[in-house]
Write a protein that binds this ligand. Structure first.
Ligand code: TPP
Ligand code: MG
Length: 661
């Protein structure tokens, strides 16, 4: 199709063409990347920023800034171009010229933390729109706490056909519609094209009807008609429902021979087509050159944002809630947490409760939530099983955001992404629960927690065959190993109430690392009977029961500590000295120095015990050492029968120990 070249060009046309030119030139220089989406959505993005978005490149952490999420992360050049044009000091033209190169901030997909103004990592389609739900929810929750003077912004999302086809988008749209997140505005790049070709190859969904069915305000516009776009955004902001604007666009708009085709989705245009595009757009400037008047027009947006931020800062300084607000956006009070957890552990060691670690988690959360006022709990419809809701917590509901507990519904993936969004937004500290086996349903977003370094806490109960009768569909055997395989994620499997409290303390002290707490359904004894102020779990593994000498070292986690201790008792009765090492967190143990690790593990034969597969245990076990655990899926039966059936017993451990020494 041909594009019509307007006779006169408004400033916004030039601003949009600057995005197009930078996108096609950067992709060409990198010889890699996606010019189609940035060129197609350049008009929408220009109108959005020029007329609506409040950000201040001089203070990219300003809490009340509008959030902009490029959910179609392959269109990263749109973000880099805009951030360059707005004047972010870490996005000079040299960064655009180094697009997709090692060490550049301009990674293939937008990476949170690499450059200012990137609100979340996107690229896995569907994550951005779902993370944005958490941002929009956090905004309303903080608005309920601090009022519109301090928190009153929008969350804008550009989503492509891919984002809307991904299953997670359904969870996100459903949740946002239910919660009436009216400050969330999704601009759908309705270009009818994905990688394989036209969208008719793979979808027949009426997206507008889908959003409307979930309670969204829906509009459709020509995504190249700037006045229509502006009017639609205006209406979206005014409507109390979350809004979706279907922006009918031409992918690669401006490239006369390639636009409108999947050829322009993810490959450089080529020198000839770039020359033709310059001609068609009447953009005579050389690559990476933006005329000063165009830059100036973009900088005016930044100046407007700075004025808004300054006015906001004045309101904050005069607000009686200023200290509380700053504390919410500041670091966790680790001193208060340490004091509270220490006192609580003291009581536990004396009381020695016999409770499941999921119950112990609830008990620890009473302490944590009582100490840290910004905690936000939740569960994917398993509140009574995950035990994630503490006494004072009240639920968040449609239009009612004063609470601090979120019923995420049966949406594990959406919950995890929303928690990322809440954590990224700042001001609140999210945790949420489901069964450990369903970590697989949440994994895409959990992986982004780790990659971005956001300290979300995942409460994952029913952590082994020990859950019993629900059977192998619900019994994780490979899940713990797979989560341990994920870089930059702390996986805790505490043995008792004391270790569970310690795990919560460590998780809440993290500033850049998410945590998983794998917790038992079944009751476990308190094994840490001697109180220590020190957090023993912080070393990852430690000697729980020492032996006068080491004939064998039994290393276990979680519910299998009880088995290790029973085996140690049996062996001791036979004159065999068996030390027991508790290993609640492999990742933290791996960080200890060699001296500590050697002293903890000893030179004697070792046996690892965990009701899960062996993968990952090489951190503790040498080839000649033994392992008692699972080799396949579980079964449906009472827990005690299952442990016997799969040979995870004190007798089996003692027998293996005798064979090894
Ligand atoms: C979860 C996930 N699956 C697959 C991909 C690979 N991928 C990147 S872009 C894309 C097509 C996206 O189509 P659309 O959102 O319509 O983008 P457009 O082609 O219009 O730019 C695919 C399949 C991905 N990035 N994430
Ligand atoms: Mg598309």
């Amino acid at each position: 199709m041909t594009i019509q070249t307007p006779v006169t060009r408004t400033t916004e046309d030039l601003m949009a063409n600057a995005i197009r030119a930078l996108a096609m030139d950067a992709v060409q220089k990198a010889n890699s990347g996606h010019p189609g989406a940035p060129m197609g959505m350049a008009d929408v993005a220009t109108v959005l920023f020029n007329r609506f978005v409040s950000v201040d490149p001089k203070d990219d952490r300003w809490p009340d800034r509008d959030r902009f999420v490029m959910s179609a992360g392959h269109g990263s050049m749109l973000v880099y171009a805009i951030n360059h044009l707005l004047g972010y000091d870490d996005m000079p033209m040299s960064q655009l010229q180094a697009f997709r190169q090692l060490g550049a901030r301009t990674a293939g997909h937008p990476e949170y933390g690499h450059a200012k103004g990137i609100e979340t990592t996107t690229g896995p389609l569907g994550q951005g729109i779902s993370t944005a739900v958490g941002m929009a929810l956090a905004e309303r929750m903080l608005n309920a706490r601090f009022g519109s003077d301090l928190m009153d912004h929008y969350t804008y999302v550009i989503a492509g056909d891919g984002c809307l086809m991904e299953g997670i988008s359904h969870e996100a749209i459903d949740l946002a519609g239910h919660l009436k997140l009216g400050r969330m505005i999704v601009l759908w790049d309705d270009n009818g094209i994905t990688i394989d070709g036209g969208t008719e190859l793979s979808t027949s969904t009426d997206q507008k009807a889908r959003f409307a069915a979930s309670g969204w305000h829906v509009q459709a516009v020509d995504g190249h008609d700037k006045e229509a776009i502006a009017q639609a955004i205006e209406a979206a902001r005014a409507d109390p429902r979350p809004s979706m604007i279907a922006c009918r666009t031409v992918i690669g708009y401006g490239a006369p021979n390639k636009q409108g085709s999947h050829d322009v989705h993810g490959a450089p245009l080529g020198e000839d087509e770039i020359a033709a595009t310059r001609e068609a757009l009447n953009w005579p400037h050389p690559p990476f050159h933006i005329p000063p008047e165009v830059t100036e027009a973009w900088r005016a947006i930044a100046r407007r944002g700075a004025e808004y931020r300054e006015a906001w800062a004045r309101r904050l300084s005069q607000s009686p809630l200023a200290d509380r607000f700053r504390a919410a956006f500041g670091p966790v009070d680790t001193k208060a947490l340490d004091a509270a957890i220490c006192a609580y552990k003291h009581r536990l060691s004396q009381d020695a409760p016999k409770v499941a670690t999921r119950k112990a988690s609830e008990m620890a959360l009473e302490v944590v939530n009582g100490t840290l006022p910004d905690m936000v709990g939740g569960s994917a419809d398993l509140t009574g099983s995950n035990l994630t809701r503490t006494k004072g917590q009240t639920p968040v509901g449609p239009g009612d955001y004063a609470g601090n507990y979120i019923h995420y519904g049966i949406r594990e993936h959406g919950m995890a992404a929303a928690m990322n969004g809440i954590a990224l937004h700042g001001g609140l500290r999210p945790y949420g629960g489901t069964f450990l086996a369903f970590a697989d349903y949440a994994r895409g977003a959990m992986r982004l927690s780790a990659l971005m370094g956001v300290p979300v806490a995942y409460v994952m109960t029913h952590d082994s065959i020990g859950l019993g009768e629900d059977g192998p569909t619900h019994q994780p055997v490979e899940t713990i190993a797979s989560l341990r395989a994920m870089p930059d994620m702390l996986v805790f499997r505490p043995a008792d109430a004391v270790e569970t409290a310690e795990a919560w303390q460590i998780a809440m002290e993290q500033t850049r690392t998410p945590s998983v707490l794998a917790l038992s359904r079944q009751t476990l004894p308190t094994v840490r009977r001697r109180h220590t102020d020190a957090n023993c779990s912080a070393r990852g593994a430690y000697v729980l029961r020492d032996a006068p000498r080491r004939d064998v070292t039994l290393i276990a986690t979680g519910s299998e500590i009880e088995i290790a201790l029973a085996a140690s008792d049996a062996l001791t009765a036979e004159g065999i000295a068996a030390a027991v090492v508790s290993a609640p967190c492999f990742e933290l143990f791996a960080q200890q120095d060699a001296t500590y690790r050697t002293a903890t593990l000893g030179a004697a034969p070792r046996i690892g015990i965990e009701a899960a597969i062996r993968m990952g245990w090489d951190l503790f076990l040498r080839p000649e050492d033994g392992f008692i655990g699972m080799t396949g899926f579980g079964a449906s039966a009472p827990a005690a029968d299952l442990y016997r059936h799969f040979g995870i017993t004190a007798e089996a451990v003692a027998g293996l120990a005798k064979r090894l020494i």
